[in-house]
Design a protein around this ligand. Structure first.
Ligand code: HEM
Length: 510
């Protein structure tokens, strides 16, 4: 009883202290100076707009834009975040020196919160420059070939699938698991060197499914982990799942895999050079699993769903694919035998449909920490002062991607929006009468642009080719509306649906 009273008194004192601190924070808080963007601290001291921001950043930031214009500063959990939504002014942020606007600091915070990774002397720019080479030119063509073979292993496993029976599945699960599993095998390696070995293929299917299942569980918690909002039970579950995943990525297990990518070898050597111990190397492998595998699967899902919901778009993409394959006599040969970069680059209609899909569903924040007091010089001669210690954030989903001034009926999927009448790619889009340099930014831009873009595009196309070429694919309920977004994912790359979509599919009669 005594102990209870004592702890109740302590709790009371603690709450009182917290209240006093919040009061002090609100009274002595920050005020806008004349040369700064409009400031909106929200009504809750210190916390500011954290709840609205975390719950649905797109709606919150659109409301703020209506209230304050295309640049403003909001208070979010003690941090002051300046949000810039004028795409004509993005260049000054994207190419500013990282001694002023730094990308790495926030990346380090997220690495620790989400993956418990802390690397000594971590320099994100150096790492990116090094890894970029492993995903282009000769390395890109080896990766693309491997991805094609691994997709075949996952999607066309055995002659028994040739039974032509309809099978029901959830489209998001099908897309995410297929891309994740094939992508994982491509980057982290296979059971044995030979892609043709049936025994090794079977092991690859089982192992990649185990990794996917564990990863998918982790993925459910990642947004809350990034925002440090996991409750005690969730945190316990999250840490256990993460430990389960680590088991798949021990140094010994990775050493035993065949066909490892150049990307993996270079990254592992980089960690060794940094003096990172084996335990931390394993954790970094799971972090990279997220960097490399979390976006392409959701992209395939939205692309297929939009095509299934828009029959003229599906017909145009199918016709383009059939023309391409007929010219290369693919009808009688497996896709992986004829695929090369030239073939993959000959699909302007699919390219436009993919760009349109990404315009609607890619929602990364582009964030920078302000390392010193500085002046931000925007388009049309506007100037704003930024304070050291604040964060600067662009949110391209709102502008340019969903801006009605740039795109007519921006909420609609129009598969040929990025096509000129002569079949070439459309790149001229305007705001305020001026041509835009940045009109669609699913890959980020500037210093933090996605280094896996070309591999991602090739992989997405290969998956679509496999699914549309070998399978009949239908929506179970074609009248059902496209699901909304899981709103807590705004800011973290590709969006995921709130609910899955049932489809049925079967191998085509050859
Ligand atoms: C549709 C697919 C993809 C989209 C939309 C996408 C988008 C992005 C974006 C916006 C960033 C910048 C993230 C940030 O600044 O916080 C990024 C970074 C990155 N992406 Fe992608 N990405 C995709 C697929 C891939 C793939 C398949 C790879 C595989 C190799 C990859 C590798 C990376 C890496 C290594 C980074 C750097 C992460 C870091 O800086 O730590 N991405 N991606």
């Amino acid at each position: 009883m005594g102990a209870f009273l004592l702890s109740a008194t302590w709790l009371g004192a603690l709450l009182l202290l917290l209240l006093v601190l919040l009061l002090v924070a609100s009274l002595g808080g920050r005020n806008r100076r004349p040369d700064e963007p409009p400031l909106d601290k929200g009504h809750i001291p210190w916390l500011g707009h954290a709840l609205e921001f975390g719950k649905d950043a797109a709606t919150f930031l659109s409301d703020m834009r209506k209230k304050h214009g295309d640049i403003f500063t909001v208070q979010v959990a003690g941090k002051f975040v300046t949000v810039l939504l004028d795409p004509h002014s993005y260049d000054v942020v994207l190419w500013e020196s990282y001694t002023k606007l730094d990308f790495g600091q926030y990346a380090r915070i997220l690495m620790k919160r989400m993956f418990d990774v802390k690397l000594p002397d971590y320099d994100s720019n150096e790492e990116k420059t090094m890894l970029r080479m492993t995903l282009k030119d000769k390395n890109l063509s080896s990766l693309t070939k491997a991805m094609c073979l691994n997709l075949q292993t996952i999607l066309l496993p055995s002659p028994s699938r040739a039974s032509g029976q309809w099978k029901e599945e959830d489209l998001f699960q099908l897309s995410y698991s297929t891309m994740f599993r094939a992508g994982f095998l491509t980057l982290y390696g296979n059971e044995s060197r030979s892609y043709e070995d049936l025994n090794s293929q079977a092991k690859d299917r089982v192992h990649s499914m185990e990794v996917y299942n564990a990863y998918y569980k982790l993925d459910r918690f990642l947004m809350k982990a990034a925002r440090s909002t996991l409750n005690v039970v969730e945190k316990w579950k999250f840490c256990n799942i993460r430990k389960d995943l680590w088991k798949f990525f021990s140094v010994e297990r990775l050493d035993s895999r065949a066909n490892q990518s150049v990307w993996l070898n270079i990254y592992r050597q980089h960690l060794v050079d940094l003096g990172v111990n084996e335990d931390m190397q394993t954790r970094a492998m799971v972090l990279q699993l997220w960097s490399t595998q979390s976006n392409a699967g959701p992209a395939v899902f939205w692309l297929l769903l939009f095509l299934l919901k828009h029959p003229p778009a599906m017909a145009a993409v199918q016709a383009e694919m059939e023309r391409l394959f007929r010219n290369r006599r693919l009808t009688t040969r497996p896709i992986c035998e004829i695929i090369n970069q030239k073939v993959l680059d000959s699909t302007p209609i699919l390219d436009s449909a993919l760009n349109e899909t990404l315009r609607l569903t890619a929602a990364p924040f582009i964030s920078r920490e302000v390392l010193q007091d500085m002046t931000l010089r925007l388009a049309a001669g506007r100037k704003y002062h930024l304070r050291k210690g604040d964060r600067l954030c662009l949110f391209p989903l709102i502008s340019p991607q969903m801006d009605p001034e740039i795109y007519e009926e921006p909420e609609k999927f129009i598969y040929d929006r990025f096509l000129n009448s002569d079949g070439t790619e459309k790149t001229d889009f305007y705001k305020g009468g001026e041509k835009l340099k940045y009109y669609n930014m699913p890959w980020g831009a500037g210093i933090n642009v996605c280094i896996g873009k070309f591999f991602a595009v090739n992989s997405i196309k290969l998956c679509v080719f496999h699914l549309l070429n070998y399978f009949d694919l239908e929506l179970k309920d074609s009248a059902k509306e496209i699901p909304g977004f899981d709103k807590q994912r705004y800011g973290f790359g590709m969006l995921q649906p709130e609910t899955d979509v049932r489809i049925r599919y079967k191998l085509k009669d050859q």
